[in-house]
Design a binder for this molecule. Sequence first.
Ligand SMILES: [Ca+2]
Ligand SMILES: [Ca+2]
Length: 409
Amino acid sequence: MTEPDRTGDLDRLFPDLHLAFTPFRSGEPLVVSAGAEAARTVVARRRRNRTVTTAALAALIVAVPAVVWAAALPDRHVPPPAVEQTTAPAPSPSTTTPAAPPTPGTPTPGAPQLPIGAEELRDSVIDVPRWSRPELRSTCPSGPIRFDDGQASGGSVDIRLRLTHLVELDLDGDGVREAAVRLACEGPERDAAVALAFDRDRAGRIVRLGIVLEQGGDVAGFDELRTAGSAVEVRVRDYHLEGLPSETIRYQWRAYSWNGERFVQSGGPTAFPPHPLVTDLSIGGEELRLTRGEDGAYTGTLSLTVRNAGPQRATAPELVVTLPPETRATGTGLRCTAYAGKLSCVRTLAPLDAGRSVDLIFEVRTVVQEEQLDLDRSRDYSASIGWSPYPESGNGYEDNTVRRRIVLG
Ligand SMILES: [Ca+2]
Ligand SMILES: [Ca+2]
């Protein structure tokens, strides 16, 4: 039985995997420091309001259940849930903090702080934080941006910002709902997201309270938000969705809470355990020397070493070798195709256990007359190893390709 010719997939194999995953594994901290000045203002205001309103407004308690507005944002014509007001018993003296005198120039305390609703947030100006990944900054805008129906132009026809998965909850325990939302920067080669929380400033305007979570570290992405008490729970995944078998991607719910200064993880796992389908392969090779034979052809031996640093057994590592088009390569299991001005060869290796290495040898031979050899061109070969379609973690791809000189002598 003839093996299927997969050489047409060469361009897709390792370079694309590398490109697809490296941007989501930049090693940046999971929780980006928020601590905006607005947040401090809000907290200070909240302290004052709580002090005063506990005594003055003991009869009014705004009982607000945490509301999750599921997967897609709700139809904007659906009104937000009504705020239910109930009469509560007067607080006992022991829990009542004496009212502080109002600060001159500040709004008269006593007016209940309005919760933030989905409809309002979807049609407001949002202070989009600067994207922490440098490669996003040129395409994904930041700063104050007006959203219309949950969307905003990204400054380019191909880029748009979109609000999804809005949740309403009382982040700071003052009895009034704040809001958190997933903000995505979408476009070609772009799938970035940040979860943001919002509150109101003293004038009642919506301000960004902090960054709940941004993609980075072991979080390749996240696609859902929900509430758990005063925490925002985020469903994170360990790999990008594109180009991978769905069973490869794992999900976790991680909880983040506002500590008065910033969001910190308050629940759920803090890391993904080693992936059963991900291991760290690497490849090494030396300069390829071709010597002239009696028939005028140049020949040489290409020696490569493939290693598996673990932690898993790679059941079918795939080798890709790229050579100049004037050459042919032969060796066990090697299948070569000349196209696009180069010779590309692939070989599927035998299973390689963690901690083991294998040496590979191929014969390389020129197939044109010496005068046809383009000696002015850069003469390199490259060899890459991968366990397609499974990605490597972190910066694991950095040692998966070797490029060396070819020397005619
Ligand atoms: Ca609150
Ligand atoms: Ca590697």
